[in-house]
Design a protein. Structure first.
Length: 327
C-alpha cells in the first residue's frame, strides 16, 4: 500500500542530517524540538528503518539515513520547482536600424537563441540607433541594445556594460544610376569627390554618424550634408534616388528596390557590434545571448578582422579585450 509521505517529514530529516543536532535543526526550522523528534520517529516508522543512531551525546546517520539524504533533497527540490510561480520569461531588445537585416549579426543571434530556448520570449523594439537604444536601456524600458558603443557620448558609456559581439564589414548603399554602382566592390580611394551619407541628420543614430565620420576622416573623404532621415526600406530607396549620395551601411541588410549594396575594400572597413546593457546581474536571457554569440563567433570568426581591414582604434582595443566586459 502506498505510503503518504508529507514533505515536512523530509525537511525535518534533511535538517537533522545536515546539523546532526536536533536542537539546531529545530531552531532552523522554527519548530519545537519535541515536534521535530516526533516527525523523525514518524518518518522512520513509515519507512520501516532507523535513520539516526542517537545517544545522549551524539546523533549519527545510519546507513539507511545516508542513502535517504540525496533522495530526500531531490524530492524537496522537485516540490519547490512544482510550487514555484510561473513566470513570463521575456527579454526586451532594441534592434536599431543600423544593425538589423536577416543576414546581420543581431538577426543571426536571435535565431540561435530562439532555437536554443524556445520558452524565452524575445520582444523587439526599434528606436533607430544605439544612441536612442542606450537611453531606453538606462530607463529600463528595454533590456539590451546593439551597435557601435564607442560612438556614444562618454556620459552614456560610463553608465553601461558593453560586450563585443562581432566585427561587421562596412558597405555602401547606392542608387542604381550612381557612377560607382556598376562595380562589384568600391575602393575607399574611389570615393574621393563622392560625399558619403553617414546619417548625420538622425540624432537617434549619432553613434553611426560618429563611426562614419571617423572612417571618412581617416581616408581623406567627405561626409554628405545632414538631411532628415528616411524610415523603412521603401523610403530609403526614394531618399537615395532623390539625393544621390552613397549611404554608409553594413553587409547583409535588406534588399532595397532601385538600390545596390557594394562592399568597401582597400582597406576593408569593419565596425564592432556590441551588446549593451545596464550594470549588475544580467537579465534572464542575456547569458544565453552571450553564449550563442560566443559559439557563432568561434565557428565563424566574428571577432577576427578580415585581411587588410581598417578598424577604429577603439574597436581594436575592445576586440583585444573582448573577454572582459567593459563598463
Amino acid at each position: 500500500m502506498p505510503v503518504d509521505l508529507h514533505p515536512r517529514l523530509l525537511r525535518g530529516f534533511v535538517a537533522v542530517a545536515e546539523t546532526l543536532h536536533f536542537g539546531q535543526a529545530a531552531a532552523a526550522l522554527h519548530q519545537a524540538q519535541q515536534a521535530l523528534s516526533r516527525d523523525i520517529r514518524t518518518l522512520e516508522r513509515l519507512l520501516g528503518r532507523e535513520l539516526f543512531a542517537r545517544t545522549t551525546r551524539s546523533v549519527v546517520l545510519t546507513a539507511a539515513g545516508e542513502r535517504l539524504v540525496p533522495q530526500a533533497r531531490r524530492l524537496l527540490a522537485l516540490q519547490a520547482e512544482m510550487l514555484a510561480p510561473v513566470t513570463d520569461r521575456t527579454l526586451l531588445l532594441d534592434l536599431n536600424s543600423a544593425v538589423t537585416g536577416e543576414d546581420l549579426t543581431v538577426e543571426r543571434l536571435l535565431a540561435a537563441v530562439r532555437a536554443a530556448d524556445p520558452e524565452l520570449q524575445l520582444m523587439a523594439r526599434y528606436h533607430g540607433g544605439l544612441a536612442a537604444g542606450a537611453r531606453e536601456v538606462l530607463a529600463e524600458r528595454v533590456d539590451v541594445s546593439f551597435g557601435w558603443f564607442d560612438g556614444l557620448p562618454a556620459a552614456l558609456r560610463e553608465q553601461l556594460v558593453r560586450h563585443p559581439i562581432r566585427l561587421e564589414p562596412v558597405a555602401l548603399l547606392l542608387p542604381e544610376r550612381h557612377l560607382l554602382a556598376g562595380r562589384a566592390a568600391i575602393r575607399l580611394a574611389d570615393l574621393a569627390g563622392h560625399p558619403v551619407d553617414v546619417c548625420a541628420g538622425n540624432p537617434a543614430t549619432s553613434e553611426w554618424t560618429a563611426f562614419g565620420e571617423r572612417l571618412l576622416a581617416a581616408h581623406g573623404l567627405t561626409a554628405a550634408p545632414p538631411l532628415p532621415p528616411p524610415v523603412g526600406v521603401v523610403e530609403t530607396g526614394r531618399y537615395l534616388a532623390r539625393h544621390g549620395a552613397p549611404m554608409l551601411t553594413t553587409l547583409g541588410g535588406p534588399q532595397i528596390p532601385g538600390v545596390v549594396t557594394r562592399p568597401l575594400v582597400e582597406p576593408v572597413p569593419v565596425t564592432l557590434v556590441s551588446l549593451v546593457r545596464r550594470p549588475g546581474p544580467p537579465p534572464d536571457g542575456v547569458p544565453l545571448l552571450l553564449a550563442e554569440a560566443a559559439e557563432l563567433g568561434r565557428r565563424e570568426g566574428w571577432l577576427t578582422p578580415p585581411p587588410a581591414a581598417w578598424l577604429a582604434p577603439e574597436d581594436a582595443a575592445a576586440v583585444n579585450g573582448a573577454a572582459r566586459p567593459t563598463a
